[in-house]
Design a protein around this ligand. Structure first.
Ligand code: NAD
Ligand code: MG
Length: 419
């Protein structure tokens, strides 16, 4: 937990369910997928496809890919389809003509999709834009597979507090956090001493700082192990993704920053480890395939068949581990600093990173400037005396917007500055 003054719940694990908190599984299960056309959305739809009659699709959403959304909505005979881009309503309506599938457009339609009564919801929008829709699901006490880490980084305390209040269950879908979730059930919450999340190290793991500074978009998009959306792939190259995940772990599992370690593990086979008081360390392993953690969330509290290749450790031969390099990957250092600072600093960290990644994609800044922009935004924010605990979604969103504006204002100066 970032800010010690926020006493947000007595039972620290009640939003991420405990091992003895297992409701009976019920089929067919109604499911909603927010961000159905993305990388996580695609893996989720794949699992639903294999599950056949076990699942009924309540609602699907996308940002602007109308044709992709309509195709999925038709295939799964969804109850509702929502497109975030308000200009695309007519196009979506035409694409669904004659199907009887209801549809909507704009942010309110995405929120409506989340609020509809599905038994299980995948939150896989990219970025802080996923916060309000995820909260709509939280507030109806939904069971939520949470992939959208930025919404936790943006408003983690408040998000988890609301989940506890509404009786929502948060199932961590991010591979490392899903590994921790699985490993945690080997002990009790008060026996946990430390968690370790692994990082592949990304495409620049062995690069010098000078080479990382100059890395191109094409180089940043070449992830060695995982196939993912564009933003998270760039975040993996800068290790900002691991920084976001450290913050995500702190909020999900109510951990202090010192209880979270990052371990570079280039093979991406061991995803997360939990250390208990007797010094036993329990890990979860699997091929780097997001369908495994998603299948765990979809089947929870049971296990379902997963399509990933079986793990062949003899073939892999060696699993290696290294300490992370905070100097070449300053984003990781900044994430820990923001987490320790609390009071909205992680919201600023996330907002500045989203602005920086967009600027890098638009070729307005060099790769090395991503972390510099985040650091400059955080520094200026703190110096201006803007730190304050976030108590509502509106406050978190206001900080997010203000921090984006600040980052955008600092952008030209950072773009000119050499490393
Ligand atoms: P993606 O870019 O491939 O897909 C994002 C989805 O969200 C798309 O369906 C898009 O249409 C929708 N979307 C984007 N902006 C939106 C907006 N403003 N309003 C409504 N919908 C919007 O991203 P992804 O790789 O699938 O990642 C999704 C989330 O899951 C991210 O938070 C990411 O960090 C997290 N995650 C991804 C992976 C992975 O392997 N891809 C792994 C762990 C966690
Ligand atoms: Mg991850």
């Amino acid at each position: 937990m970032a800010s010690p003054e926020v006493l947000w719940f007595g039972d620290t694990m009640s939003a991420v369910p405990l091992k003895n908190d297992k409701p009976a599984a019920r089929h067919p299960r109604s499911v909603t997928v927010l961000g159905a056309t993305g990388s996580i959305g695609d893996s989720t739809m794949d699992l639903l496809r294999s599950g056949g009659e076990r699942y009924r699709v309540e609602a699907l959403t996308a940002h602007s890919n109308v044709q992709g959304l309509a195709k999925l909505a038709r295939e799964f005979n969804a109850g509702f389809a929502a497109i975030a881009d308000p200009q695309r309503y007519d196009e979506l309506k035409d694409a669904l003509a004659g199907t009887g599938i209801a549809c909507g457009a704009g942010e309110s339609a995405i929120i409506e999709a989340a609020a509809r009564p599905a038994d299980w919801l995948m939150a896989a929008v990219s970025g802080a834009a996923g916060l309000k829709p995820a909260l709509a699901a939280v507030d109806r006490g939904a069971t939520i597979a949470l992939a959208n880490k930025e919404c936790l980084v943006c408003a983690g305390d408040m998000f988890m507090q609301r989940a506890v209040q509404a009786g929502a269950r948060i199932l961590p879908a991010d591979s490392e956090h899903n590994a921790l979730f699985q490993a945690l059930s080997s002990g009790n919450r008060d026996e946990l001493t430390r968690v370790i999340i692994t990082a592949s190290g990304g495409p620049f793991r062995t690069w010098s700082a000078a080479d990382i500074e100059q890395a191109t978009l094409a180089q940043a998009l070449k992830h060695p192990n995982w196939s993912m959306g564009q933003k998270i792939t760039i975040d993996s190259a800068s290790m900002m993704n691991k920084g976001l995940e450290v913050i995500e772990a702190a909020y999900l599992f109510a951990l202090e920053p010192d209880q979270i370690d990052v371990l570079v593990h280039p093979q991406s086979i061991v995803h997360g480890l939990v250390e208990f008081s007797d010094r036993s360390v329990v890990a979860q392993l699997g091929a780097p395939d997001m369908r495994t953690p998603i299948a765990h969330c979809l089947g929870w509290p049971d296990r379902i068949a997963g399509p990933a290749a079986p793990l062949d450790l003899a073939k892999i031969g060696q699993l290696t581990f290294e300490a992370p390099d905070f100097a070449r990957f300053p984003g990781l250092r900044l994430a820990f600093e923001a987490l320790r600072t609390g009071r909205g600093a992680t919201t600023v960290f996330n907002a500045a990173n989203e602005v920086a990644v967009a600027a890098f994609i638009a070729q307005k800044i060099r790769f090395g400037a991503i972390a510099r922009l985040v650091e400059a935004t955080l520094e200026k924010w703190v110096r201006a005396g803007n730190l304050a605990p976030l108590t509502s979604a509106d406050e978190a969103i206001a900080v997010d917007h203000k921090a984006r504006n600040l980052a955008a204002a600092l952008l030209p100066e950072i773009a000119l500055k050499a490393s």
